[in-house]
Design a protein around this ligand. Sequence first.
Ligand SMILES: Nc1ncnc2c1ncn2[C@@H]1O[C@H](COP(=O)(O)OP(=O)(O)O)[C@@H](O)[C@H]1O
Ligand SMILES: [Mg+2]
Length: 234
Amino acid sequence: MAAYYELKNILKTYHPRRELHVEALRGVDLKLQKGEMIAITGVSGSGKSTLLHIMGFLDQPTDGSIYFGKPIPSKMSDSKRAKLRNEKIGFVLQDFALIPYRTAYENIELPLFFSQVPRKKRRERIRSICEKLGISELIKRKVSQMSGGQKQRVAIARALINDPELILADEPTGALDRKTKQETLSLLKKIHDEGKTVVVVTHDPQVAELADRQLFIEDGVISEGAISRETSKG
Ligand SMILES: Nc1ncnc2c1ncn2[C@@H]1O[C@H](COP(=O)(O)OP(=O)(O)O)[C@@H](O)[C@H]1O
Ligand SMILES: [Mg+2]
């Protein structure tokens, strides 16, 4: 049976300067089943964000193939990639990637604009997701006036608003204190329990423990198993 999501021999080389090559991913193979939650752990600089961005079609691999429900052509146009992303993928990015001078409502509304959901439907869906995540009182507040934990909830609401199949989270607890970290962890767990496929990349072993399966990435090479608590400070 074909996997739900499959990466084969993914390579990613950055060329920050003409004479410099950074091999961020060096032959990554990965199979993901529908409904699974996996954690990919590795220290800072090991290639986690690069991998997640490629999985979410924010960036293209230098080489290798991707299967996501169907084979994904390597030369897919930007607009097709954006459409696929908007329909099927919810991102929870490092540092939240919210627009600070906009309200929670406006931030959560963005993906709905892109999928051309009419205004009234947008309002219903935003209200309902905010209720579900316990952030109704934040709807009109500007992101710049929120705590880290509140921002994270808004970012998660935005990731879920289009009801995507696949959630990709990059260091979702990296910027949070202990209490809000716990809340974010239970939220991710809940999202998974409700049937979403979840990929989380992190250097935090506690986040990784939530997953059905743990993978380890080191210098752009992935293997089964987890990061140890000793090497996780990164
Ligand atoms: N846009 C970029 N240009 C050049 N090098 C990059 C770029 N993004 C990441 N890298 C390099 O690729 C490697 C992997 O980075 P990254 O995927 O961000 O790792 P992680 O998320 O695990 O910290 C690092 O050596 C990093 O410096
Ligand atoms: Mg990163």
